[in-house]
Design a protein around this ligand. Structure first.
Ligand SMILES: CC(C)(COP(=O)(O)OP(=O)(O)OC[C@H]1O[C@@H](n2cnc3c(N)ncnc32)[C@H](O)[C@@H]1OP(=O)(O)O)[C@@H](O)C(=O)NCCC(=O)NCCS
Length: 216
């Protein structure tokens, strides 16, 4: 948690070694976490990512736990997968710390659940709620009273006006804007650069300005 003294921040295992892991590694460093124990990924891009060693595949997780690892960050972009992996990690006894980039602006009245990450220059408004393992990515604005579901992803540069609800595992594509009071259902996908001006049903795929249903 960002409000813990730096000495209390845990060494984490990072699960996932793709592009999102790079952003997570930089945020961990900026937030003052100690150097990560390493990365776990069955198909890593190389032996290290941003100077962090890849330790192996998922089979490493129980071993690392037995050797004293306490906490993990799930750096997987796929929303449903991130939640499943997070649940599995919790069942193994890992804690999922909140990761708040110090260059993010977080209202003191916002509530942030375990495993959620907020990247640089994001802004979280008063009484907003971020669910478990949610991502609010670089330079996104999540205004007052928003409810961001578990495993949901607000991609870079999005702007959500007040009282927006983004359902569990939903993706709001990069650079999208959402009108006040809108509800976007669970597992919905909103395409990049969209303007969401009416509610989006659960599981729908929409895009454009104004956002309309997309071909499957
Ligand atoms: C919406 C999205 C998921 C669709 O991807 P896809 O399943 O590969 O679909 P396609 O690219 O085949 O596009 C299907 C149709 O939707 C249209 N479309 C795709 N993305 C669109 C968008 N953002 N806005 C408007 N229309 C879009 C395509 O033009 C195509 O139209 P057509 O049927 O008339 O040819 C993808 O385009 C997108 O915007 N992803 C957001 C990614 C993102 O922001 N990730 C966060 C990373 S940090």
């Amino acid at each position: 948690m960002s409000d813990l003294p730096r000495s209390a921040l845990p060494r984490v295992v990072i699960v996932g070694a793709g592009g999102h892991a790079k952003v997570v590694i930089e945020a961990l460093r900026a937030a003052g976490f100690p150097p990560p124990l390493g990365l776990v990924d069955p198909h890593p891009p190389g032996p290290t990512v941003m100077g962090v060693t890849v330790l192996g595949g998922d089979e490493m997780l129980p071993r690392l736990k037995a050797e004293g690892a306490e906490a993990a960050v799930v750096a997987l972009g796929g929303n449903a997968l991130r939640l499943r992996v997070g649940d599995h990690l919790v069942s193994m006894g890992y804690a999922l710390p909140v990761l708040l980039h110090p260059a993010a602006q977080i209202s003191p009245s916002a509530r942030v659940a375990e495993g959620a990450v907020v990247m640089a220059r994001a802004c979280i408004g008063p009484d907003a709620t971020l669910g478990r393992l949610a991502i609010v990515n670089t330079n996104a604005v999540v205004e007052h009273d928003n409810v961001i579901g578990s495993g949901a992803h607000v991609a870079p540069g999005c702007a959500l006006a007040g009282n927006v609800t983004l359902g569990d595992r939903a993706l709001l594509g990069v650079g999208s804007a959402v009108r006040p009071g809108i509800t976007i259902g669970a597992d919905a996908v909103v395409g990049a650069g969209s303007a969401v001006v009416r509610d989006v049903p659960a599981g729908a795929r929409v895009g454009g300005a104004p956002a309309m249903p997309l071909r499957r």
